[in-house]
Design a protein around this ligand. Sequence first.
Ligand code: AMP
Ligand code: MG
Length: 328
Amino acid sequence: MFGRPQLVFLLLLLVAGLAWLRLPGDEQRVRTALIMGTLVEIRLAGDPQQFNPAIDAAFAEMSRVEKLFSSQLAESDVSQLSFSTEPFQVTEESAALLQRGRQIARQSDGAFDMSLGALKQLWGVETENPQVPSAEQLQQALAGVGPEALQIEGRTVSKSNPHLQIDLGGIAKGYAVDRALEILRRAGVTSAAVNAGGDIGLLGSREDGKPWRIGIQHPRKQDELLTTLILTDRAVVTSGDYERFFEKDGVRYHHIFDPRSGYPARDCQSVTVVAADVASADALATAAFVLGPQQGLQLLEQLPQVEGLLVAADGTLHRTSGLAALEP
Ligand code: AMP
Ligand code: MG
């Protein structure tokens, strides 16, 4: 019935069809859990029987990280540091994350700031009763903040002002995703994507060997993508003013603060950062968001292995020079 060339063609079609049919996710396993107030999604290829224990362990690891860094839990390292008026011994792990945060605080000229706990509480953006604070309240909440607000020596951390409240909301989620990936890697997983509300860590490539394709959300059009990034073994994190905000008298007040003014940063709608690890991408996205499209772009451009896409307040797009190589 079929000559040899036709048969080969038919077989090719079948194989291609099957591969295509499999792609949207039949063999990809997706599991979710609520951690750090965010829906965390772990997607990986392979036999679920084999990898379910690894996913359980990855979620458990993220919960452990949450207990260490949450400002909501009184016994966390971060809360104890906030309450303490004396130099305080944190765990080695906390000291290491605080060091990394401080490095990005310095690189960003203080735009990234881990001492904004009091300011965050004052605004209450994520609470039932958010408010626009008075100038006096803002001044009080900003007393002593800055890239040198924390002295870290070994595991001993001291605050320049004993009343400073520490908040790792701009970096801890990314760190938790890094830890989850490490647990999966150790369990022998070679292809996985972990997404904690826009903080995405990618292990290897997709099951079919092709790179991951990550859609970047348009900050003003809910069902639209700005672009797609084609990535393997990378971290990609987006900070946006549309994630958590309240509106008063027609003004949007969101959750990323400019430490210079104490107000939500105004110069960007969103910032996406690609980096080697999720914690760095997380902190850099927050930092670049505060710096705005020009200075933010400069910061990302000068760092090796880092790319970024910034959406300015007027909706214009600003890309680092290497970003186009990651786009289709
Ligand atoms: P992200 O969504 O990663 O941009 O982080 C926003 C969270 O980081 C906020 O909910 C605060 O907890 C915290 N945050 C806000 N402004 C800053 C800032 N300028 N530097 C560091 N962390 C911040
Ligand atoms: Mg961040």
